[in-house]
Design a protein around this ligand. Structure first.
Ligand code: PEP
Length: 248
C-alpha cells in the first residue's frame, strides 16, 4: 500500500493576503483522510505558511534549495533555513528550474542528497518535452533524469523520497497526459527502480503533474502506478485543490 500524496506547487505566485486566504480555505475544507497533503510555497511566505499551518495535517515545503550548507552563495536558501521554517519537503528538478535556470542532473542529484541528509523529503521531478516525446525519446529522457539521481544517491535513498512525472508539454498548458500515457511512463519508472530494489520501488509514491484539475484527477489517480499529483495552477484555488486531494 503506497501513500497517496497531493502536493501543490504555488510557483512564483501569491501575496500575504492571498496566501492567508488560500491557507484558511484549505484548513477549513480539508476532509480527514489518508492522503498526504503538501503545499510548496515561495520562500518569502514560508514563515507565514508555518504560522498558519501549525497544528494542521497539511505539510509544507519549498520549490528549490541550495545544495550548499551555508556561506558565500548570494541569493541562495539553505536546507537549514527551510527546516527553521518547518519545511518537510522540497521540490527538486522541476522542469522550469531545468529549462529556465539551467539546472543540470548532477546539481539536482547533489540537492537530492543534501535534502535527504538534512531530513527533508525531496520531490524529484522528471519529464520530457513535446519534441522529445514526438521523437520517441520519452523513456530515455525520464530514465536518464532518474538514474542521474539514483547513481549518486543510491536506490535505498528513494525510501525517503517522492518521484513526480511531469511531461513538460503538459505543465501550465492545459494539455494533460491521458491516463494511459501517464501510467505508461509511471510504470516504466517503477520497473526501472524495481530492478534495483523491489521493496523501495513498490513503496515509492510516484505523482503525476501537468494540468491536473478537479475534473481529471480521479481518472489519473485511478491508474495502478499513479499515487497522486503535483499540482501547479490548480493549487492556487482552495476549492479546486481540495477536490483534487479528495480524488487521491
Ligand atoms: C507544476 O508546475 O508542477 C505543474 C504541474 O503545473 P500545472 O499543474 O499548472 O500544469
Amino acid at each position: 500500500m503506497r501513500t497517496a500524496v497531493v502536493a501543490g506547487n504555488w510557483k512564483m505566485n501569491g501575496t500575504k493576503a492571498t496566501v492567508a486566504s488560500l491557507l484558511r480555505g484549505l484548513k477549513a475544507g480539508l476532509a480527514p483522510g489518508r492522503t498526504q497533503v503538501i503545499v510548496c510555497a515561495p520562500f518569502p511566505y514560508l514563515s507565514q505558511v508555518s504560522d498558519e499551518l501549525s497544528g494542521s495535517p497539511i505539510q509544507w515545503g519549498a520549490q528549490n534549495v541550495s545544495q550548499h550548507t551555508a556561506g558565500a552563495y548570494t541569493g541562495e536558501v539553505s536546507l537549514e533555513m527551510l527546516k527553521d521554517f518547518g519545511c518537510t519537503h522540497v521540490i527538486l528538478g522541476h522542469s522550469e528550474r531545468r529549462a529556465l535556470f539551467s539546472e543540470q542532473d548532477d546539481v539536482i542529484a547533489d540537492k537530492f542528497c543534501a535534502a535527504l541528509a538534512a531530513g527533508l523529503t525531496p520531490i524529484l521531478c522528471v519529464g520530457e518535452t513535446l519534441e522529445q516525446r514526438e521523437s520517441g525519446e520519452t523513456n530515455t529522457v525520464v530514465l536518464q533524469q532518474l538514474m542521474a539521481v539514483v547513481d549518486k544517491a543510491g536506490i535505498a535513498s528513494f525510501a525517503g523520497a517522492i518521484l513526480a512525472y511531469e511531461p513538460v508539454w503538459a505543465i501550465g498548458t492545459g494539455l494533460t497526459a491521458t491516463p494511459g500515457q501517464a501510467q505508461e511512463v509511471h510504470e516504466i519508472l517503477r520497473m526501472c527502480l524495481r530492478d534495483l530494489d523491489e521493496a523501495v520501488a513498490s513503496k515509492l509514491s510516484i505523482l503525476y503533474g501537468g494540468s491536473v484539475k478537479a475534473s481529471n484527477a480521479a481518472e489519473l489517480f485511478s491508474c495502478a502506478d499513479i499515487d497522486g499529483g503535483l499540482i501547479g495552477g490548480a493549487s492556487l484555488d482552495a476549492e479546486e485543490f481540495l477536490a483534487i486531494c479528495q480524488a487521491a
